[in-house]
Ligand binder design. Sequence first.
Ligand code: PRP
Ligand code: URA
Length: 206
Amino acid sequence: MPHHIDHPLISAELTRLRDPDCPNQEFRQRVRRIASLMVSAVTADLERTVVPCRTPLEQTSGEEITRPIILVPILRAGLGFLDGFLDLIPQAAVAHIGLARNEKTLEPEAYYLKHPTPLGESELILLDPMLATGGSAVHAVTTMLAAGAKRIRFACLLAAPEGIATLQAAHPKVPIYTAAIDRCLNEKGYILPGLGDAGDRLFGTI
Ligand code: PRP
Ligand code: URA
């Protein structure tokens, strides 16, 4: 089962975001706020290491996150999710993967990939607001595994049941975190009720 991050602040932001009259600037701000509100749930089970820690009064022990974190926005729309994550995980490195869904076949077409190396010791968080057919998410996870990643989680804003099933079938060990699970896809592969084309709404390309 995906982790459905059900929180009143996220739900209220999401409701405003779905509105077709929500302007691009407001849309970007709301996506960024939702991303930040999701960070704590998405990272809750990251492994920690006990380290020595000094206070002004005495020596004690504290904790560090064991592995480096790499945020991986799926271009373009994943960029809308990135700053909200970076606000709370500023030390993260950022890898980029460029995928565009072919409007006829609905298959993802890859056009860019840049990531730090090696990936094997890091925790990767794939970011994309929309999990629709699941084709882009499966392609992104497969690509990062082939590049050497061993620990991957996937965070999105809206997930369709079809996309969840496809991603889980292809990569059952990748946990999915989503702010909402919508009803279904329409005949053009858009999420219903959804919010339309996330990339276009983020970047004003409608
Ligand atoms: C959108 C979205 C996902 C993908 C989801 O991107 O941001 O990456 O579609 O659809 P899927 O689950 O059916 O693969 P799009 O390909 O439209 O590119 P964009 O981000 O540049 O708008
Ligand atoms: N991509 C989007 O941006 N929106 C959808 O509803 C489906 C895929």
